[in-house]
Design a protein around this ligand. Sequence first.
Ligand code: TYD
Length: 130
Amino acid sequence: MQPKMFEIPKIGAPSLGYISVIQNGNDLPFEVKRVYWTYFTPNHVERGNHAHINLQQLIIAVSGVIDFTLIDRERNRYDFTLDSPEKVLYVPNGYWREIRFSHSAVLLCLASDTYDEKDYIRDPDLFFNA
Ligand code: TYD
């Protein structure tokens, strides 16, 4: 599978606000087993810098702007800007990621599995040169 960004329809109106929904049988490419969120990341900090062996993720910037770069083992780069809560980024397994955040950005992640440090590749040499 390739990384891809897609949009979830907004239900609502400017006068009311919006709700967007992802649920089983509709837009979910995997069963969600974990949800986590990151916040208060300073602008100058780059997070990520790892790949996952098996984990798949859906990423949403519920607030702020998040720049997400995915790199495969052949060093092809895929750049995405999550700048609206209706945008969803599908991150397949096997991609190195570099993530930058605007002030006050909140990243919501829906993940295909529970946390397992053994699923991480944190050494770029192991990922790109193995
Ligand atoms: P990490 O996935 O490396 O975050 P990022 O790529 O955004 O910098 O996780 C940071 C720390 O949090 C690391 O020590 C592992 C821990 N962690 C958990 O304990 N459970 C989780 O579900 C996640 C995502 C991270």
